[in-house]
Design a protein around this ligand. Structure first.
Ligand code: NAP
Length: 276
């Protein structure tokens, strides 16, 4: 398969390149390709003629999106529309990577793929607009919603906890924000298994189980050998973007194909065992 990957320098993009190394890949990211530039997206993809475009590029800083809404919509919505339109012209399959934040967390039970979205933040709205563009323009599509991604070398919660533990010697972490920490290499593996199925549609791929930020930080410190660093439970962390208090994504559709991700604690152990 000829596969173009946007956001190729990011956490998921990097993991996808490792996982799909046997395929013919075109990695795309800033500054070489800006997905907001429709002409450049068209030229680049036309030249490669991909069978599949995995669109992982996004403005992923949720607070920045809240403060710069136009930029968020330009990158996450319009950028996705540009990719979807290029797929339409080329007859290519599109795989769009979306987020658990399209839900507001008020359901009180895990969200299945068919639950109606209710985004709280600009980031979430702009990512949902990317889903709409994908569904509207791509001739065949997968939408893969995921959550709380981390990988070696990325900008993520695991790296932040380790840095704060070193710098401050103690931490305060909220118990009232919960989700499913997801190891990018596990998500890349699930996507690699999904692509050849041709079972197009919406998927919920996260590592299994949920954790609060407090639970996750405690497990990170334990596995990093920093159990002595005290973590104080807190509530109501103030930040520019509103985020859901608890979203668990139920992987109903992936499960029917036998694509199931392992529990988040096992994946986190692998993260610490992987060579830095
Ligand atoms: N991270 C999470 O916790 C999380 C949770 C749920 C869903 N997701 C979704 O999963 C996908 C992958 O996330 P990730 O954690 O791998 O993200 P990431 O590490 O932030 O990587 C995103 C990549 O996209 C690039 N990018 C930003 N604007 C671009 C533009 N205009 N044109 C081309 N490339 C651009 C970024 O470049 P710069 O670094 O130079 O900006 C970065 O290399 C995203 O679609 C994200 O919305 C992420």
């Amino acid at each position: 398969m000829r596969i173009a990957i946007t956001g190729s320098k990011g956490q998921l993009g990097t993991a996808l390149q490792a996982r799909l190394a046997a395929e013919e890949l075109l990695p795309l990211d800033l500054p070489e390709l800006d997905v907001t530039d429709a002409a450049d997206v068209r030229r680049t993809l036309d030249a490669f003629r991909p069978d599949v475009v995995i669109h992982a590029a996004a403005l992923t800083n949720v607070d920045q999106c809240e403060l710069e809404p136009e930029l968020a919509y330009r990158v996450n919505a319009l950028g996705s529309q540009n990719v979807a339109l290029a797929c339409q012209r080329l007859g290519a399959t599109m795989l769009y990577v979306s987020t658990d934040y399209v839900f507001d967390g008020s359901k009180g039970a895990p969200y299945v793929e068919y639950d109606p979205p209710a985004p709280l933040s600009i980031y979430a709205r702009s990512k949902l607009a990317g889903e709409w563009a994908t569904q509207t323009f791509a001739p065949r599509f997968y939408i893969v919603r995921t959550a709380w991604l981390y990988a070696r070398g990325g900008r993520n919660f695991v790296e932040t906890v380790l840095r704060l533990a070193r710098e401050r010697g103690s931490l305060s972490m909220v118990t009232d924000e919960a989700g499913s920490p997801t190891y990018a290499p596990d998500l890349a593996q699930a996507i690699a298994r999904l692509l050849p199925t041709e079972q197009y549609g919406i998927y919920h791929f996260t590592n299994a189980g949920i954790a609060s930020r407090f639970d996750w930080a405690c497990e990170i410190l334990r596995l990093a050998g920093l159990r002595h660093v005290p973590v104080t439970p807190s509530q109501g962390y103030k930040r520019p973007a509103p985020v859901p208090r608890l979203v668990e994504l139920r992987n109903l559709c992936g499960e029917s194909l036998g694509i199931v991700l392992r529990p988040w604690q096992e994946a986190l152990r692998d993260y610490f065992e992987a060579a830095p």
